[in-house]
Design a protein around this ligand. Structure first.
Ligand code: 6PG
Length: 242
């Protein structure tokens, strides 16, 4: 695993750097394997990124028709709900780029329970990426919560401990909602992980996750250690130095 920490001056620079990274990762995956499997995240930083990806030059630079879009976590709310991560990405990005609808794989929030949705999502992932015990995403986008959560893996929750499941049910966050989340084994199989962390509020937790004692159950973000893939931390100056 190779880890790179990249600090840029502003949030705008961070969004641009993330968009460049996504474009080059997608092109490389398509060149090598004919397609690119991406897991999106929720959060404010990701929201700004999605709007940017739908504009020039990224709109043309990304091989949209070859992408498969998943979500690393989703709030267990109806698809049209204001808190839906799928809705966020659809309105800002997916409705604006030429991505085939059958390549968009939302968490099935119509299931009766988050547990049922997690099991169904795991099956959906395996259908698109069959053959391996743990499918390898080409790119997983992650945000970092001030409490050390990432995706919907919250401190001391059962989902952080999941070892056999690819996707789990969870509860937490702001807004505090039932959720569905990738587990660490699935995240850690990724070929590339891209962290997007912006703002002064994040500086303390960035320091704890990167340099503090190793307590992945308390700080789930520390559990992100891909077996073979690389990790890119994109931080703006505020998040990096406080
Ligand atoms: C979610 C997330 C979550 C998010 C972080 C950072 O759906 O809530 O995927 O893990 O990425 O909380 O969010 P911000 O970018 O808003 O700080």
């Amino acid at each position: 695993m190779a880890t790179m920490v990249c600090v840029v001056p502003t949030q705008g620079d961070l969004i641009d750097a993330a968009a460049v990274c996504i474009a080059s990762t997608a092109r490389e995956a398509v060149r090598r394997r004919g397609r690119c499997l991406i897991a999106l995240s929720g959060g404010r930083t990701a929201a700004a990124l999605y709007a940017r990806l739908a504009t020039a030059p990224f709109r043309r630079a990304i091989p949209w028709t070859r992408l498969h879009i998943f979500w690393g976590d989703e709030r267990f709310v109806p698809a049209a709900h204001a808190a839906s991560n799928v809705r966020l990405a659809r309105t800002r990005l997916l409705s604006r780029v030429p991505i085939p609808p059958q390549h968009v794989h939302p968490v099935p929030v119509e299931c009766a329970t988050p547990q049922a949705a997690a099991a169904a999502y795991e099956r959906a992932i395996r259908r698109v990426a069959p053959g391996r015990a743990i499918p390898a995403f080409d790119l997983v986008l992650l945000g970092l919560g001030e409490d050390g959560h990432t995706a919907s893996l919250f401190p001391r929750s059962a989902a952080v401990r999941a070892r056999r499941r690819l996707v789990a049910a969870a509860v937490g966050g702001a807004p505090r909602l039932p959720r569905v989340t990738f587990t660490l084994p699935l995240v850690n199989q990724a070929r590339r992980i891209l962290w997007l962390v912006s703002g002064l509020r994040k500086s303390a937790i960035v320091g704890r996750v990167l340099d503090g004692p190793f307590h992945p159950r308390r700080l789930p973000a520390q559990g992100v250690r891909p077996r073979r893939g690389d990790v890119i931390w994109l931080l703006d100056r505020a998040a990096a130095h406080g």
